[in-house]
Design a protein around this ligand. Structure first.
Ligand code: SAM
Length: 324
């Protein structure tokens, strides 16, 4: 099959592995994957409580399918919780040994508004694995990587510039650290600059709480657009193809469309896929996030009718398990 035959600007409804296996290898510039975490979360179609080994085997299969779709010059990011971070990292290591990808960073997304546990530490992070395609096995120069790395799109001022007025400071700033810390108070402001205070090189970004304007209101674990904005700006250019195998509410693809990238997704749920398509088309046409009203989200006079769901808190058989 030629790379021309890969669909663009659409969401395929159905199982992502089956769908990906029907597409031509080496045809995608950027993949971002945020799978279900197997912690009993409540989705409309997917049962998020599989047998442990079954979940691990499935994770290996969808990662392998993603890797086969990646261009040699492409980039791939996988977001995962503590429960399966080790197994996921091990698979990526094996794939690197097999010369299929090159691992670049293990990023920690630290968010506030974590769980309120009673007898253990509150969870406030997720793991983000960043890899690139096989072109990175060849020799390359630091100022000419064989994968898209738009340094200036995400560079931040260094302490040498902001604090020490050091003449040796690189006038182009520095790259952010691999801990991305996103604060709720910065999320609702406009513009990318909201995440980059001149004093700081971490990423300020909260998980999306139930009351945030950005929440679509119909998907249980929507990611913040700002997280995807950094990834898409850094690892793709206008006109590239950005793919999300677990589209959900369509965050990745909405940001891709807004930034002039082509987009492609898979989603098991027909309903989520339809609503995500609506969200993406709205963003592509207006350049603006789709705002739902408080009433749409079940919030009346500032008080939720139902308790707001934290990102990825275990929700077994529709009931929220209390974080102990
Ligand atoms: C964690 S959510 C993704 C959320 C998304 N990142 C967002 O910001 O909205 C995972 C999604 O994967 C979907 N899903 C589960 N199994 C799938 C499969 N085999 N193929 C495609 N989608 C699947 C679920 O329906 C759910 O919407």
């Amino acid at each position: 099959m030629s790379t021309d035959s890969i669909p663009q600007n659409t969401i395929a409804v159905g199982d992502c592995i089956k769908t990906m296996r029907a597409w031509p290898a080496g045809s995608i510039d950027l993949i971002f994957a945020d799978p279900p975490y197997n912690i009993g979360y409540k989705y409309d179609r997917y049962e998020d409580k599989r047998d442990d080994q079954d979940y691990i085997d499935w994770t290996m299969r969808w990662i392998d399918a993603c890797v086969d779709l990646l261009k040699p010059t492409g980039s791939m990011y996988v977001l995962i919780g503590d429960e399966y971070a080790a197994e996921t990292r091990m698979r990526l290591k094996e794939l690197e040994r097999d010369h299929k990808i090159v691992f670049r960073n293990w990023i920690i997304w630290h968010y506030t508004f974590g769980q309120n546990c009673k007898v253990k530490f509150n969870r406030s992070h997720a793991h983000l694995f960043y890899c690139v395609g096989t072109a990175a096995f060849d020799k390359w120069k630091v100022n000419k990587p064989p994968f898209t790395f738009n340094r200036q799109a995400i560079a931040v001022p260094s302490a040498r510039q902001t604090t020490y007025a050091d003449a040796r400071a690189n006038p182009k700033g520095k790259l952010p650290d691999d801990t991305w810390y996103l604060r709720p108070q910065d999320v609702e402001k406009e513009g990318l600059e909201r995440y980059f205070n001149a004093q700081e090189d971490t990423w300020y970004l909260s998980r999306l709480c139930g009351t945030f304007k950005e929440r679509v209101g119909w998907h249980p674990c929507q990611l913040p657009e700002s997280l995807l904005e950094r990834i898409i700006r850094l690892s793709s250019s206008e006109g590239d193809l950005v793919f999300d195998p677990f589209t959900g509410s369509g965050t990745t693809l909405a940001v891709a469309a807004r930034l002039g990238r082509n987009w492609l997704g898979c989603e098991l749920s027909k309903d989520y896929a339809a609503k995500a398509t609506e969200r993406i088309e709205h963003v592509a046409q207006t350049g603006q996030a789709m705002q739902t009203t408080l009433a749409d989200k079940g919030i009346v006079k500032g008080k939720p009718k139902k308790k707001a769901e934290p990102h990825r808190s275990p929700n077994l058989r529709g009931k929220r398990r209390r974080a102990k």
